[in-house]
Design a protein around this ligand. Structure first.
Ligand SMILES: Cc1ncc(COP(=O)(O)O)c(C=O)c1O
Length: 364
């Protein structure tokens, strides 16, 4: 047999593939179920933004054209909204793509990337793919330990990832913690604020304003249309940084990285204030309900600033999530993060939350 291994770049072998949440159709097919609810990937349970959908339907007739490569209109709208310039923005095929672009643009082989552990898995997977050395700093009580992370910054540390709020814990770092962390951050280190769940957390009084560091420190802030705007299937997110940094990222991105429907969808979702309001309300109410139910069951959960909750079920999570799956409820077992007794459940509609609780009760 031919040995592909011989062809590989040195570091590729140690890259572990990301395991996504199971799609509904696959579970239905495998288990012969008619009704399945997915509470595994922190998607919006209300569906996509209706304004985005109606704009997309109108745009379908132009699918024979390549998309607008620079995402000009979306950048223009974002620039107005943030009081910045178009060249402060890069649009990605999901905010995930911006993580990859930053790693590719900045890292030389052997340089270091600092992450918390556990946190969003993509940082480590993609840093490994770029040949970086990844330094993990354990969470402290399910929160980023920014003090310890700062102690680990050496001249070789090129990028520090801060998921705020974090996935899978749902916790966030505060304004004060971030300000202390950012003091004396070396110019040679980029701080990457991943704010995929920004809309759910930004109302908190001590949630940091990471954009205040723009122009003062080397930072990038990413946000997503996948969560609060309900456009996960379109794959679109954006990064905000200095024109200098954004310019280099633009050089290495693929020419048509963001498809035309995603651009139209995002542009219109941004204007869909009613949908965003409804999403935040559903999340708040669902969170309250689930907290109460967990308490009744005597389960410990981590208070969340996002649209999902990490909960300690006191038993092997792969086993429990397997049981839930058989009942048509997909949640995320946390074994891959080393949290063997935890599941992560996305806050669904009230009906979905009730079904999840009913099945969980039965299993436990
Ligand atoms: C912390 C965090 N960052 C980034 C992403 C990626 O989001 P996107 O769909 O915009 O690529 C996710 C998705 O789950 C996430 O949890």
């Amino acid at each position: 047999m031919l040995k592909v291994k011989l062809l590989l770049r040195k570091n590729i072998e140690k890259v572990k593939a990301y395991q996504p949440g199971k799609p509904i159709s696959e579970v239905k097919r495998d288990l012969g179920l008619r009704r399945v609810i997915k509470l595994a990937s922190n998607e919006n349970p209300l569906g996509p933004s209706p304004k985005a959908v109606s704009a997309i339907l109108k745009a379908l007739s132009q699918l024979h054209r390549y998309p607008e490569s620079s995402c000009f209109y979306l950048k223009n709208r974002l620039a107005k909204r943030f009081g910045l310039e178009e060249n402060n923005f890069i649009i990605g095929n999901g905010s995930d793509e911006i993580i990859v672009l930053v790693l590719r643009a900045l890292l030389n082989p052997g340089e270091k990337v600092l992450i918390a552990y556990p946190t969003f898995l993509i940082y480590e997977i993609q840093a490994n793919a770029c040949g970086a050395k990844v330094i993990r700093v354990p969470l402290c009580r399910f929160r980023y330990d920014l003090k310890r992370m700062k102690e680990k910054i050496t001249p070789e540390v090129k990028i520090v990832f801060i998921a705020n709020p974090d996935n899978p814990t749902g916790t966030y770092v505060t304004d004060r913690e971030v300000k202390e962390f950012m003091e004396d951050i070396p110019e040679k280190t980029l701080v990457f604020f991943d704010e995929a769940y920004y809309e759910f957390a930004s109302g908190l009084p001590d949630y940091p304003r990471s954009l205040d560091f723009l122009g003062k420190k080397n930072i990038i802030v990413t946000r997503s249309f996948s969560k609060a705007y309900g456009l996960a299937g379109l794959r679109i997110g954006y990064g905000i940084g200095s024109p200098d940094l954004i310019g280099y990222l633009e050089r290495i991105r693929e020419p048509f990285n963001v498809n035309s429907l995603a651009q139209v969808g995002a542009l219109n979702a941004l204007e869909d204030k009613d949908f965003l309001k409804k999403t935040l309300k559903t999340t708040q109410e669902g969170k309250k309900y689930l907290y109460q139910e967990f308490e009744k069951l005597g389960l410990t959960y981590i208070p969340s600033a996002t649209n999902f909750i990490l909960v300690d079920i006191g038993r092997d999570s792969a086993e429990i999530s397997g049981e839930l799956l058989k009942k048509g409820v997909i949640v995320r077992a946390m074994n891959a993060w080393g949290l063997n007794n935890f599941i992560r459940v996305t806050i669904g509609t009230q009906k979905e939350n009730e079904k999840f609780v009913k099945e969980l009760k039965r299993i436990l």
